[in-house]
Design a protein around this ligand. Structure first.
Ligand code: TRP
Length: 461
């Protein structure tokens, strides 16, 4: 990466691209966050809305990010600057860098929990009952020292890999490890669905009761579609800029989306049967997987072994995602602000770690400080995932739909494959109209702005 002007780094192979983009997408979002928010918002109905958003909004926005990245060969900020010179579009990039900071802060905290749980199988609690496992997590999460320590270890690893460089750091590891994670989740699924009481968990996850849905749930489903696919803040613009011209962007986007969604659903299948079998509240919140999965491991042959392996792989999945978030910030600092790449990495890692410490403490000693009823951890999660990412995604869709120009888009998409006219028309319809309008409406309703405005109008007239 030292000689950036002459040759920007590129992914070496086609599988490398899918692996790295999937490595970014698949992470704590699928295995930690998806089950926890599905539990909070009541199960299947939330899942179906989420799947709808993935297909109708997530996939086209992902393709849009790849197009912007590969066409411009720049980071998120530089990309807009190059494609629409002198316009305000570049500030989407800056907004994305801001979102990256926020997301990485709480992401590091949860990844730290995952590191701690690698050792969980060696503790006495692993052999005790569901209540003790629950109590262990609560005590750990609220402690002022231990979770911070593990969070810092994780952030250190993240920074280190980014310093090593794009190809070596990202591509090599994700290729081998993501498939392994997939296998181990399947093993967990098999155990989970054969637990006594599994059926209740499966119907919670798959039998929708749409009366449970409210706009907050719909907004969260939308926010999570962006979060899980790594969209809305320029991660995949940055990754797209490393994709070779011969690569077919549509196929890549479809593969990444399918893999990401599959892992989330499989994680749900591992967790909800256990939630009901061990009498854990489905809406237990951010601790859900740390409270349920140890029970499943405990009740399977070779459980301790699988537990250690699972949390190692979860940590690695979190790492491949975290490096992609950090890469957005680092590419911006080094390519736009001309900072030395190593200095930029250290600077960004330290700043996000500090904010992360505050997030971690907000679950314990700082828990009385709240914003709009959220503690700091949940507030940052909410602002970044449910507000910043959908807005970022809306602007990315608008940019592709209305600014870049059909011809350039088609040419970029057509590299590395043939194109059908119907596909392109559907795609253009989605990015021009459906995605931006849907995002706007859900967003306004979800943050209650629409209610406030209709209220005001009603009062005036
Ligand atoms: N998608 C990752 C996950 O599910 C997290 C992530 C990586 C992300 N890069 C991102 C989220 C960019 C939003 C935007 O764990």
């Amino acid at each position: 990466m030292t000689n950036q002007k002459k040759s920007r780094a590129q992914f070496a192979t086609k599988f490398g691209v899918v692996a790295a983009a999937a490595g970014s997408a698949i992470g704590l979002g699928n295995i930690w966050k998806f089950p926890y928010i599905t539990g909070v918002y009541g199960g299947a109905a939330f899942l179906f809305v989420y799947l709808g958003f993935i297909a109708m909004i997530g996939l086209p926005v992902m393709l849009s990010e790849f197009v912007i990245g590969r066409k411009s060969r720049k980071n998120a900020f530089g990309a807009f600057k190059k494609l629409a010179p002198k316009s305000l579009w570049r500030y989407i990039g800056v907004f994305g860098v801001g979102a990256a900071f926020l997301i990485l802060s709480f992401y590091g905290v949860v990844a730290g929990w995952s590191i701690r749980y690698i050792f969980f199988a060696f503790s006495d609690v692993f052999h005790s009952g569901a209540d003790e496992i629950n109590g262990f997590f609560e005590a750990f999460k609220t402690s002022p020292v231990k979770p911070v320590l593990f969070q810092l270890i994780f952030m250190f690893l993240t920074g280190l890999i980014v310093i090593i460089g794009v190809q070596k750091g990202i591509e090599r590891y994700s290729k081998i490890l993501m498939p392994l994670l997939f296998v181990i989740i399947i093993v967990l699924d098999i155990r989970a669905v054969t637990l006594h009481g599994a059926r209740e968990g499966l119907s919670f996850l798959f039998k929708p009761d749409f009366s449970k849905l409210n706009y907050e749930a719909i907004l969260s489903a939308l926010g999570h579609a962006f979060f899980s696919l790594s969209l809305g803040m320029g991660t995949l613009i940055t990754y797209g800029s490393y994709i070779q011209k011969e690569n077919n962007l549509v196929k890549t986007a479809v593969k990444v989306t399918v893999a990401d969604t599959l892992i989330a659903v499989l994680a749900g299948i591992a967790i909800f049967p256990a939630v009901f079998a061990f009498n854990i509240a489905p809406d237990a919140g951010p601790g859900l997987i740390f409270k349920t999965l140890p029970n499943v491991f405990q009740h399977m042959p070779g459980g301790a072994f699988f537990s250690v392996l699972f949390f190692i792989l979860l940590t690695i999945a979190a790492l491949t995602s975290a490096i992609s978030i950090l890469e957005v910030v680092v590419a911006y600092f080094s390519e736009e602000l001309k900072m030395n790449r190593h200095v930029a990495t250290i600077f960004a890692t330290v700043l996000t770690s500090l904010l992360g410490i505050i997030c971690s403490l907000s679950l314990g000693i700082f828990s009385e400080y709240t914003f709009f009823g959220f503690n700091i951890f949940n507030f940052i999660d909410h602002i970044s995932a449910n507000i910043m990412l959908p807005l970022g995604g809306m602007f990315i869709a608008l940019f592709i739909g209305w600014v870049l120009g059909k011809y350039k888009i088609f040419k970029e998409i057509a590299h590395g494959g043939s194109l059908s006219g119907t596909f392109l028309s559907v795609f253009m319809f989605l990015v021009k109209f459906l995605a931006p309008i849907a995002i706007f409406l859900v967003f306004m309703k979800g943050i209650k702005l629409l209610d406030i405005i209709t209220d005001l109008i009603a009062k005036v007239f």
